[in-house]
Design a binder for this molecule. Structure first.
Ligand code: SF4
Ligand code: F3S
Ligand code: FES
Length: 233
């Protein structure tokens, strides 16, 4: 079938502001994903079309974009589901570098600010630091994050104040806060109890809807908020 693919284009060296361009693209609705259509435009029509992608299998997290008004991974979004008119724009709320490429520096600064690594200064045991299946299950959901930014860039609280660390950072803090081997909980909770931490979440759930990994993001945020409250009482 033929699809009308509308892409929000922006070249900072040529354009004063972003503008829509339309492309008629042949598509196999059963087989193609939006990423296939973007490749077809880039390879056959306009080689200057700029977007990130790597794995094409929903693993690397590099091709999150706004598709028909929702943050999605271009490599996972099936054309069959979207119909004959598809719009693709860069992730909202992040500065656009060119076409569909956004500046992720602020996103990764927030990620790094919550110490997304194991903290444990005790001498390493002879073998691994052991953990029961129940202890491992406690944070399993939040290990699945691929840092695509679909959640943070769909969050109205983040749009309102970009200093908000955002759901992705909280998910990655959750992954360590509830890890029985980790000893950085106090410090992480202190960071997330600050002005730009968890209290900026208004439980809007856009993040949970946007997550390509199906992570229960809002629940994870609420669990971190509860841990902060428990620590104070
Ligand atoms: Fe992407 Fe989900 Fe991780 Fe957010 S939590 S960055 S939406 S994988
Ligand atoms: Fe934003 Fe998700 Fe909270 S959309 S307000 S972080 S529930
Ligand atoms: Fe890797 Fe889509 S290209 S997640």
């Amino acid at each position: 079938m033929q699809v009308e693919l509308r892409i929000l284009r922006y070249d900072p060296e040529r354009d004063a502001k972003p503008h829509w361009e339309s492309y008629d693209v042949d598509a196999d609705p059963k087989m193609d994903r939006v990423l296939d259509l973007l490749h077809r435009v880039k390879y056959n029509v306009d080689g200057s079309l700029t977007f990130r992608r790597s794995c094409a299998h929903g693993i690397c997290g590099s091709d999150a974009v706004l598709i028909n008004g929702r943050n999605r991974l271009a490599c996972k979004e099936r054309v069959e589901k979207l119909g004959r008119r598809i719009t693709v724009a860069p992730l909202p709320g992040l500065p656009v570098v060119k076409d569909l490429v956004v500046d992720m520096d602020g996103f990764f600064d927030s990620y790094r600010s919550v110490m997304p690594f194991l903290v444990n200064d005790r001498p390493a045991p002879e073998r691994e630091r052991r953990q029961s299946p129940e202890e491992r299950a406690r944070y399993d959901d939040t290990t699945k994050c691929i840092l695509c930014a679909a959640c943070t860039s769909s969050c109205p609280s983040f749009w309102a104040k970009e200093a908000y660390v955002g759901p992705a950072a909280i998910v990655n803090a959750h992954r360590f806060i509830f890890d029985s081997r980790d000893e950085g909980e106090e410090e992480r909770l202190e960071i997330l109890a600050g002005d730009d931490g968890v209290w900026r979440c208004r439980t809007i759930f856009n993040c949970t809807d946007a997550c390509p990994r199906g992570i229960h993001i809002t629940q994870a945020i609420l669990e971190v908020s509860s841990a902060i409250v428990e620590r104070r009482t």
